[in-house]
Design a protein around this ligand. Structure first.
Ligand code: MSP
Length: 676
């Protein structure tokens, strides 16, 4: 009997006829996330991936390269391993079907099936598709071509060995009826049931060496090698040390049946029908669940070689980082559905979920704690009604997150967690820590900020399997330093009291800095591949410190490079005297309702009425943190409307397009004091 505290997940083994692409990365990321999750839960996990090295496709790829198939597969396995390393994939085993440990099992299984009368030799003729590597009947063909690939077929007559799949068809029908969760999603289960409504034939499990020699030789008949699918499917148990006879290997006993075979929708029949009946013939149970995910299109089009470049996993890691890539593919489309990968969608998702919601919550709570609580985790105060509601929401979010993740409903898991994160931001808005600070209510201020930090801890903990690096960066901000192999514990994670009061927080640093535009390399590639013009880089919003002037059209110096003196036209003292600078104090600050980059201020500059000033500094500053701050204002700038709000001056700031600091005065001075 399989122990309860183990978990076994597999990916398909990928053909090594080409380098890995987005589709391969997708399944492997999903498997890694559930594997990491179950490890975090304290289970003993076995996560298997690998490569499919036999068969026609691989042989053809080797032939095209003019090298032996063995040399080809030895080389082509490397890009897979290298990509998994960069993507942070922590598999427990990586199987190659040319390994002796695998070939041995394939041969033993064939021998066993032959001995028990489940294999027979028969002459066969039919339409063979080289591209799909399978035979079709006349009525399967579409316009005389292979229904799967659209490629030409040829009439082939040959002897082959057959597996009595038909004998196990009823057992499979019963199994599916008795195990409603065996095939997910439901639509895919119906697809298989539809297939099984028709008569199930036997399965041809060999290829004559004369036609295709790159496969596992039949142990008793050297005219044949094993059909690549029969060979490949066995990887799921050969890797566990399965033998058809004798004592079961320890790993097989502990991990079979697998909890999840993750596959793409195109390889469902092979898994649901071929694989299950093979297992029945061996007297074994099928996996607990086959989960068929959908296919990605790219920028609205079917993935092809050239489009593949636009979503090359290495490019995505280079430009966005592995963690953001991992999060995006699982967040963007429900697992099981088809979906489109668009860079714009990635940027929007990143900005909304990570930069705005989570990033802001972290930044606001850490920087307010730094400002008003000496940079330490505050102590909890007696809970109010709002605090109790927040705790209940946290309990629900954690429970839903766990359940949905385990059901592979990644997007729903994230939705549940983000409900909590957004509630954290709302809690700040309603509790108004800045007002508490003004009123000197230190106890409540500490309690409010503490609960916000706790929500960040909950998010960091739950996101560890998805964003292993970023979640540790979040933890570091909370003053928790973890080694690579250390983790935030799931135990009691939902309770909003897991941090320790008095722990020093790290200085606030953005973990998810907002993306203003797509990276230049991506923009260039999109333009080149899709022939589309990338978005114009800047809108007519001001640069750093942005005041009223029409500054967006002037070239922005790189903030890291001080402008060389000789390039700057000199001005006379009279020119300079035209600029009126005064000290000001920020009375109110809020986000611009129609522009993410802009903040709207009321600034006291020593006049009867405070001035309204709009500034492009939202990427750096939380509005409420600036209330009370002394600034320097250009007071004689012509007013200008910025996204519908009239700005009556400019707040001086350092930096280029990205603001890096506000210009201040060393002493507190009355508003309106002249600056020279
Ligand atoms: N070798 C077989 C699997 C044997 S498993 C015992 C195979 N290999 S494959 O390399 O061609 O494909 C592997 C996986 O990639 C499949 O699950 C397939 O669904 C997936 N994808 C290929 N293109 C894809 C997309 N465009 N989008 C998502 N996944 C896609 O089949």
């Amino acid at each position: 009997m399989r122990p309860d505290d183990t978990y076994y997940v597999t990916t398909p083994i990928y053909y090594v006829n080409d380098k890995p692409h987005l589709g391969h990365a997708y399944t492997t990321i999903a498997a890694d996330v559930v594997a990491r999750w179950h490890r975090l839960r304290g289970q003993r996990v076995h996560f298997l991936t690998g490569v499919d090295e036999h068969g026609q496709k691989v042989l053809e790829a080797a032939t095209r390269r003019g090298i032996s198939p063995q040399q080809h597969v030895d080389e082509m396995v490397e890009p897979y391993k290298a990509l998994w390393e960069r993507l942070g994939i922590e598999y427990d085993d990586f199987i190659r079907t040319t390994e002796p440990r695998h070939e041995r099992v394939v041969q033993a299984v064939l021998q066993r099936l032959k001995d028990q009368g489940d294999l027979y030799l028969d002459a066969y003729e039919g339409w063979y598709s080289t591209a799909a590597e399978r035979f079709w009947t006349e009525k399967d063909l579409v316009d005389g071509k292979c229904p799967d690939t659209g490629q030409p077929v040829e009439w082939v007559q040959e002897e082959n060995w057959f597996f009595r799949m038909s004998k196990y068809a009823d057992q499979l029908r019963d199994w599916i009826a008795d195990h409603p969760d065996f095939i997910r999603p439901e639509s895919r289960r119906n697809e298989v049931l539809g297939y099984l409504r028709k008569e199930v034939g036997d399965l041809c499990v060999t290829r004559p060496v004369s036609r295709m020699s790159w496969g596992v030789p039949l142990p008793w008949d050297d005219r044949f090698v094993t059909y690549v699918w029969f060979d490949a499917l066995l990887n799921y148990i050969s890797a566990l040390g399965y033998t058809p006879d004798g004592e079961p290997a320890a790993d097989f006993r502990d991990f079979w049946p697998a909890d999840h075979h993750l596959i793409g929708k195109d390889i469902l029949t092979t898994h649901a029908v071929y694989w299950s009946t093979m297992l029945f013939a061996l007297g074994e149970r099928p996996a607990r669940q086959l989960y068929a995910h959908g296919w990605w299109t790219v920028e609205g089009r079917k993935m092809s070689k050239s489009l593949g470049n636009v979503v090359d996993p290495h490019l995505l890691i280079d430009e966005y980082g592995a963690d953001v890539f991992r999060y995006f593919v699982l967040r963007e489309i429900p697992f099981g559905y088809d979906g489109d990968f668009s860079h714009q969608a990635l940027m929007e998702r990143f900005n909304a979920d990570l930069a705005n919601d989570l990033g802001n919550l972290l930044h606001r709570s850490v920087s307010m704690s730094a400002r008003w609580l000496g940079g330490e985790v505050g102590a909890l105060d007696a809970p109010t009604e709002a605090d109790v509601a927040l705790q209940e929401l946290a309990d629900r979010a954690v429970a839903t997150y766990a359940a949905e993740l385990e059901a592979l409903q990644f997007h729903k898991a994230f939705e549940a967690l983000w409900e909590l994160v957004r509630a954290g931001n709302k809690y700040i808005d309603t509790e108004q820590p800045w007002a508490l600070n003004r009123q000197g209510d230190e106890e409540r201020l500490a309690g409010v900020l503490r609960r916000c930090l706790e929500i960040v801890r909950v998010a960091a903990t739950l996101l560890q399997p998805v964003m292993p690096q970023k979640s540790h960066e979040l933890a570091r901000q909370l003053g928790i330093v973890l080694d690579d192999d250390e983790h935030l514990s799931l135990e009691g994670v939902a309770r909003l009291d897991g941090l320790e009061a008095g722990t020093p927080l790290a200085p606030a640093r953005p973990v998810f800095p907002r993306m203003q535009e797509l990276p230049p390399r991506i923009r260039a590639l999109l333009a080149e591949t899709l022939g589309t013009q990338a978005d114009p880089p800047s809108r007519s919003e001001p640069d750093a410190g942005g005041g009223a002037a029409e500054s967006a059209s002037s070239p922005t110096p790189n903030p890291e490079t001080p402008v060389a003196e000789e390039q700057t036209p000199l001005i006379s003292i009279d020119d300079f005297a035209k600029v009126q600078l005064r000290t000001g104090r920020i009375l109110e600050a809020r986000k611009h309702p129609d522009a993410d980059r802009l903040l709207v201020f009321k600034v006291d500059v020593g006049e009867e009425q405070p001035r309204t000033i709009v500034a492009g500094i939202a990427s750096r500053y939380e509005p409420e943190l600036l209330v009370g701050q002394q600034v320097v204002v250009v007071t004689n700038l012509k007013p200008a409307r910025l996204r519908g709000i009239e700005s009556q001056g400019m707040i001086l700031a350092a930096g280029g397009k990205q603001v890096r600091g506000l210009v201040g005065v060393s002493e507190p001075l009355p508003p309106g004091t002249i600056v020279r």
